[in-house]
Structure formats: structure tokens, C-alpha cells
Ligand binder design. Structure first.
Ligand SMILES: Cc1cc2nc3c(=O)[nH]c(=O)nc-3n(C[C@H](O)[C@H](O)[C@H](O)COP(=O)(O)OP(=O)(O)OC[C@H]3O[C@@H](n4cnc5c(N)ncnc54)[C@H](O)[C@@H]3O)c2cc1C
Length: 407
């Protein structure tokens, strides 16, 4: 099979348009907001204004098909668009492809009934509301969803939900939540115990206890208490006992979408590193001329390049209906750690300035730390990767199937 690294003309065209739009419209606005240390409300106003322009330019919902006001891009096209948008913090919001809504839109598109799509996907796709996804609980390991304790019990035509969630990103201001709850405690296998529900928010019994303060500030990752929250039967999302599959389905492409944005983020940190190294003079030459600094640069370049290839290959596999779990897990761990290391090196090259709040690097670093936890901790993905490796070796006597099946 020939390998063709050329992009399809329509993807290249979209990539150029998104790049131009991000450079011309979004980056200057974000730079100004950062310089002014603007409040959240100023960011929201800026995003609203930029969204109008994005829609006029046809840069809206890149991940959705045209019947849902989308651009109809597959995962490979999305990799380019998201990397461009990920070069700014507000870019993904401007094109309505921000987490967790993007993942929720995918989930609704695939799992929701026609009625649920009209009621929940339509306004999300129109940018009229936001949503959240509530699976993780403080009391049990989020890494193992079979431990979920939030219950949903059938009562007449309704389901009644009780439980405790946290890190439901975006819950403040959400119009609805996709909640994973235990409906069948004795089901075997345990993966069949959970079911997804769409919960209108706010609704009676849905209580935002607090916005969990994180190392990146209070970034809308609330703790939620559900007390006798009544959900009509028609709000079950997917079939009964399919909550685990739904979560896995949602997180596969969503994890990769994160990687795509992180690549844009890492590019910015690397560009800052080079820019600083070209301008800072010490001990007879510019930093860019020092071998120690060049090593930091080249390590960053190689890691970023590897990450791009991994993301594109995983996207290709998803787009072509091939098994993708191994590639997505590998990409997720690699890109999350690459992002962290490149920002760290960039801070190092900036010296005290890098440690200060005068550049965005410190905030990028605090935000980047979450990448190694959210959507599956490194160790859990590594466990999956090793499990697939061992299985491949046992089956084939070699490791090719676990290493991308490329060579
Ligand atoms: C910024 C951010 C946003 C998030 N957004 C959402 C959201 O919108 N909705 C949502 O439901 N959740 C969200 N989460 C939660 C996230 O999905 C969980 O943090 C993640 O699944 C891990 O669960 P946990 O935090 O309970 O850690 P635990 O499961 O308690 O794991 C703690 C640590 O134990 C280790 N560990 C766990 N299992 C294994 C294993 N099998 N082998 C080896 N080591 C292991 C890992 O080092 C792991 O980091 C978010 C988290 C963050 C940080």
C-alpha cells in the first residue's frame, strides 16, 4: 500500500483557512486579553464576537456533519483544525469544538435518539448552550468505572439518580449533563452495570457543591451532589447497561481531540523557546548557539514530530474503521508528556522570566499537568498498551500489531 503524506486538497484548504483565521482574528484578541489580565467575562464577550466571524467564514463545528451545522471533517481533518485552534486558549471555543462539548456532541450524534438529538444536540451544535459529562466520583477510583457508586433506580416512568460526582468540567452554566450511573449492580460482566442519562441542569436535586479549586485555578470542574434527581425514561442515553461502552466510545475520539489541541499548545511553547534563544545573549553568544540549548530544542522537535505522526495515524485508523485503542492510548500518553516537557524546557530557556507570570508559559504548564490525568491517567493507558503488546506477542509471536502495524 503506498503511503501518501499529502493532504486531501479539501483538508489542506480548510487547514489554511483555519490557520489564517486563528492568526488574523483570534491570536490578537487573546494576546490583548492576556496582556490586560482580563476577567472571565471579557473572555466570554470576546468569544461571542469571534464566533459570529467564525460562522461567517464557515469555520464552525468542524467535527459535525453538515446537517448539524458542521463542516463534516473526519478525525484526520480534525487533527489539523484542532492543532491550529489549540495554538490559542480560546480558539477551540471560537469554532465550537471545545472540551467537553465536542466529545458530548460526538456521543449524542452516535448514541442519541432522533428526539434527544433535536432537544440536546441541536442547541449545542448551534452554540446556544454548553454541556458537561459527569462520570468521575471522589470516593472511588475514576480509573475503574466499574466502581461507580452513583445509582439510578427505576420508579414508574422515571429513573431516580443519587450520587456524588466531581470534575464534571463545565458544569457551571451547562444546560445538561451526561451522567453515568449504576442501574444493574449485579450485572456480569461489571462493565454492564452502568447506564448513561441526560440530565437537564439545573434540575431539582442537582446541586453544585463547589467549584473545585485546582492548580490552574477554579476552572469550572465542579463537585456535584445528586439527590433524588428524577429523569424521564426517554432521557436514557444508549441502552440500559451500555454506560461503560458509551464512556469508552466518548473517550476514544475525545482523547485524540485533546492530543490535537495539545500539539498546537506545544508548538507555541517551542516557538517561544526558539524566539527567546535567538534574542538572549550570554557568555559570548546567543542561547540559540549553545549546544545545551540546542539539545533541548532538538529533543522537543523530535518528541513533537513523533506525537504528530502518532496522532495522525490514530486519526487515520478511526476514520477508516480500523481498531484504534492501542494507537489512541499511545498517542495520549506521548503527547501529554511531550507537552509537559516542552513547556518545561521553554521555561528553562526563559530563565526567571519563564517562572514569572509575564509570559503565558507558567499558566500553560499548570494547565498541561492535567493532561497526564484527564481522560485516563498515564499508568492506566500504559497498562492497556502493555496488555495489547503481550496479547499480540502471544497471538502472533511478534509485537507488530501492538506497535502500529506499520513496518
Ligand atoms: C482537568 C480535569 C478535567 C476532568 N474532567 C472530567 C470530566 O469532565 N468528567 C469526568 O467524569 N471526569 C473528569 N476528570 C476526571 C478524570 O477522568 C479522572 O481524574 C481520571 O479518570 C482518574 O481518576 P481519579 O482522579 O479518580 O484517579 P484514580 O483512579 O484514583 O487514580 C489515581 C492514580 O492511581 C494510579 N492508577 C490508577 N489505576 C491504576 C492502574 N490500573 N495501574 C497503575 N496505576 C493506576 C494512576 O497514577 C492515577 O493517576 C477530569 C480530571 C481533570 C484533572
Amino acid at each position: 500500500m503506498p503511503i501518501d503524506f499529502n493532504l486531501a486538497p479539501e483538508v489542506e484548504e480548510v487547514r489554511q483557512r483555519v490557520r489564517k483565521f486563528m492568526d488574523a482574528e483570534v491570536r490578537p484578541v487573546e494576546a490583548k486579553l492576556q496582556e490586560e489580565r482580563a476577567e472571565r467575562s471579557a473572555y466570554v464577550q470576546a468569544i461571542i464576537g469571534l464566533r459570529q466571524k467564525a460562522r461567517q467564514e464557515g469555520l464552525w463545528n468542524p467535527h459535525l456533519p453538515p446537517e448539524w451545522a458542521g463542516m463534516g471533517l473526519g478525525p484526520v481533518g480534525m487533527a489539523f483544525v484542532s492543532a491550529e485552534a489549540g495554538r490559542t486558549t480560546i480558539g477551540p471555543f471560537v469554532i465550537n469544538a471545545q472540551a467537553p462539548d465536542e466529545g458530548n456532541m460526538h456521543t449524542l450524534l452516535h448514541w442519541a435518539t432522533p428526539e434527544q438529538k433535536e432537544k440536546y444536540l441541536r442547541p449545542l451544535a448551534e452554540g446556544l448552550c454548553r454541556s458537561c459529562f459527569a462520570m468521575t466520583e471522589p470516593e472511588v477510583a475514576g480509573s475503574d468505572p466499574t466502581l461507580i457508586q452513583t445509582t439510578a433506580v427505576k420508579d414508574g416512568d422515571d429513573w431516580v439518580l443519587n450520587g456524588h460526582k466531581w470534575f464534571a468540567s463545565g458544569a457551571h452554566g451547562s444546560k445538561f449533563a451526561i451522567v453515568i450511573a449504576r442501574t444493574d449492580p449485579d450485572a456480569d460482566p461489571p462493565q454492564a452495570r452502568n447506564t448513561g442519562f441526560i440530565v437537564d441542569t439545573p434540575s431539582e436535586g442537582w446541586e453544585i457543591v463547589r467549584d473545585v479549586e485546582t492548580m490552574a485555578g477554579a476552572a469550572n470542574h465542579p463537585e456535584i451532589r445528586l439527590t433524588d434527581v428524577r429523569v424521564p425514561a426517554e432521557n436514557m442515553l444508549g441502552g440500559r447497561g451500555e454506560g461503560h461502552r458509551l464512556g469508552q466510545y466518548r473517550l476514544g475520539p475525545a482523547r485524540l481531540a485533546h492530543c490535537m489541541r495539545w500539539i498546537g499548545n506545544a508548538e507555541v511553547a517551542l516557538e517561544m523557546m526558539v524566539d527567546r534563544a535567538l534574542k538572549r545573549y550570554s557568555h559570548g553568544s546567543y542561547l540559540a548557539e549553545k549546544q545545551a540549548i540546542q539539545w533541548m530544542m532538538s529533543e522537543s522537535v523530535m518528541e513533537l514530530y513523533t506525537g504528530k505522526l502518532m496522532v495522525l495515524h490514530a486519526a487515520y485508523k478511526i476514520e477508516n474503521g480500523l481498531p484504534f485503542r492501542q494507537e489512541v492510548s499511545m498517542a495520549k500518553v506521548h503527547v501529554a508528556n511531550t507537552l509537559w516537557r516542552i513547556i518545561d524546557r521553554s521555561i528553562q530557556v526563559h530563565g526567571a522570566l519563564g517562572y514569572s507570570t509575564d509570559t503565558p508559559l507558567e499558566s500553560m504548564m499548570r494547565t498541561a499537568r492535567a493532561a497526564r490525568l484527564a481522560d485516563g491517567a498515564d499508568e492506566v493507558h500504559m497498562q492497556t498498551i502493555a496488555r495489547n503488546l503481550i496479547a499480540a506477542y502471544k497471538k502472533d509471536g511478534n509485537t507488530r500489531a501492538a506497535t502500529g502495524e506499520l513496518l
